[in-house]
Unconditional design. Structure first.
Length: 135
């Protein structure tokens, strides 16, 4: 036993170290989840996106161009700064709700709501200062 160190102080030190390590693990897991949801493969993981938007994307200049640089969904639809990114992810929970509800689960439903969906993307992009605007 260290001279002058009570068992209470030892518990406090070990408890503090444990809390710091727990914080690091939780933050790492949260950050990993944030980055995993910022990939093209995640964006097209539901059939609505894969069967509709992704098929169009594959024929666009964003997918294939002379420079060989691809612009994936998150490049334009998710802010790069951390706080706006968190806000966008929270707002995306509405998209998950509609996915669960089956709002656009067929080509016909998707096409019927397409103008409304596009308006929403442009509005959110303008609010978040991301460069997605109608051309």
């Amino acid at each position: 036993m260290l001279i002058g160190v009570s068992s209470y102080n030892k518990r406090t030190v070990w408890g503090s170290i444990g809390l710091i390590l727990l914080g690091v693990v939780l933050w790492g897991g949260f950050n990993t989840a944030m980055e995993a949801t910022n990939t093209l493969s995640f964006c097209i993981s539901c059939h609505e996106m894969h069967d509709n938007v992704y098929q169009e994307y594959k024929t666009s200049i964003h997918f294939s161009n002379p420079s060989g640089v691809q612009a994936a969904c998150p490049d334009c639809h998710v802010p790069r700064e951390w706080i706006p990114k968190i806000i966008r992810k929270i707002r995306a929970s509405n998209e998950v709700y509609h996915w669960l509800k089956g709002t656009i689960d067929t080509k016909e439903k998707f096409e019927a709501r397409r103008p409304q969906l596009a308006e929403h993307v442009w509005k959110v992009s303008a609010q978040e200062s991301t460069p997605v605007f109608p051309t």
